[in-house]
Ligand binder design. Structure first.
Ligand code: LLP
Length: 416
């Protein structure tokens, strides 16, 4: 559930703020997030985990705005990071490094050093070579690095190939058989402390079965390790729980956690979740202005001022995202449009063949754009990145100003 609803007069609001008023103040394209929705989604995970010892490590990559991270930190959230940059964001936002898990296949020595100095909770390792490097870096600093091995359970998450990560052909994790060997080596290294096990099989999963199948494989592994005297303290199930963009029907965090917990009875394990999308997607919209309606030979186009640089999901994954008029009370002829941006690429579209009641100058909102929206945006075609507003009841806070044009070339230099 989210807090984006139409008012009685047909105007779409974020909590108690009308989107047209936010646009009048901040312009378009504009990302608008809802505090109540973010908090509700986080609490849903927290209460679903309930009495089981647990930590929710929000996946920063979904939306790393400092205001978002800060709200979650205030709730007691941990964070899943994949770069030194994301760790620096967490710290800048007031997050606790002791609640940070570090994922990713390519951690540099410098990133390891930074994370060790801050004392993060766990390094989620993805290869033998990474273990070796981490042991060496921790040794140089006179520290012991807590680790988990990311296991690749070879399970089909049934999601888009670009966001499926738990199959043996993917670059992620270590196959189960090799994980045992890796733990054996890790357990003997002087600057490594084995603490957990983790996996992440993909994103936007709409079924429970793949999660459960991979958890079962991890539990078998935990028992095999225990038999060798290697004790695992936490089980990190990754992120990946899907959301409703349209008519998907993903499990609620409550169902998801209940099914996981049922498998943990009698075990002394802390459960770690790394949700990104499930917390942020439906907590944000991208508001854009219709610049032109253009009749084509074959179809009609609505040319809006947001583009693939602002929201790349439709172009990159053929993702379907709901596009709605911001004021549905305006009297317009309903028509089908391809909703496209101004970028010079045929792949620049936000939606295809959508029935909309709009005219030039109207506002549209792309729903469920709070995750992997702004965080994947770029400056392609010299387009400054959008502004971001976080709404809290009837108050709207500008949490990132629209990028000034000069900033696009601030770091560049012409030849003398
Ligand atoms: N943990 C790890 C190790 C991950 O790689 C990811 C996402 C997450 C957690 C969070 O997954 P979530 O709960 O958000 O599904 N840009 C794509 C999604 C890429 C996800 C990458 N990894 C999209 O817009 O669909």
């Amino acid at each position: 559930m989210d807090f984006f609803n139409y008012r009685d007069d047909g105007v779409l609001c974020a909590e108690d703020c009308a989107l047209p008023e936010l646009v009048a103040q901040h312009g378009t394209p504009l990302y608008v997030y809802s505090r109540a929705t973010i908090e509700r989604h986080w609490q849903a995970f927290d209460s679903a985990a309930g009495e089981v010892p647990h930590l929710i490590c929000y996946a920063v990559k979904a939306n790393g705005n400092l205001a978002v991270l800060n709200l979650l930190a205030r709730l007691g959230s941990g964070f899943d990071i994949v770069s030194g940059g994301e760790l620096a964001r967490v710290v800048a936002a007031g997050g606790d490094p002791a609640k940070v898990v570090f994922s990713g296949v390519g951690k540099t020595a410098e990133e390891m050093r930074y994370a060790l100095e801050l004392g993060i909770l766990c390094f989620n390792l993805e290869s033998e070579a990474e273990l070796e490097r981490l042991n060496a870096v921790a040794g140089e600093l006179g520290k012991v690095a807590p680790i988990s091995v990311r296991v690749n359970p070879d399970i089909d998450a049934g999601t888009h190939p670009y966001i499926s990560t738990g199959l043996k052909q993917n670059k992620f994790g270590v196959p189960i058989e090799r994980a045992i060997a890796l733990y054996r080596v890790a357990a003997k290294l002087p600057h490594i402390q084995v603490t957990g096990i983790d996996c992440h099989i993909g994103s936007q999963l709409t079924e429970l079965e793949p999660f459960l199948a991979s958890m079962d494989k991890l539990l078998v592994l935990i028992d095999r390790l225990a038999a060798e005297g290697i004790r695992i303290h936490h089980l990190d199930v990754g992120g990946g729980l899907g959301v409703n963009y349209g008519d998907e029907n993903p499990p609620h965090p409550e169902q998801y956690a209940a099914a996981l917990k049922a498998r943990l009875t009698g075990r002394d394990l802390t459960l770690i979740f790394e949700p990104g999308r499930a917390i942020m997607a439906n907590a944000g919209v991208l508001v854009s202005k219709v610049e032109y309606l253009k009749a084509g030979e074959d179809r009609d186009f609505a040319i809006v001022d947001a583009a693939m640089n602002d929201l790349i999901r439709p172009s990159l994954y053929s993702a379907w995202m709901n596009i709605v008029p911001v004021n549905k009370a305006l009297v317009r002829e309903p028509k089908r449009y391809d909703v496209v941006g101004p970028i010079c690429e045929t792949g620049d579209f936000l939606g295809k063949d959508r029935e909309l009641t709009i005219a030039a100058g109207d506002l549209v909102a792309v729903r469920s754009a709070g995750a992997y929206g702004f965080s994947m945006s770029s400056n392609y075609n010299a387009r400054p990145r959008a502004a971001e507003v976080l709404v809290d009841g009837d108050t709207a806070h500008l949490v990132r100003q629209r990028e000034p044009l000069e900033d696009l070339w601030r770091l560049e230099k012409v030849l003398p």
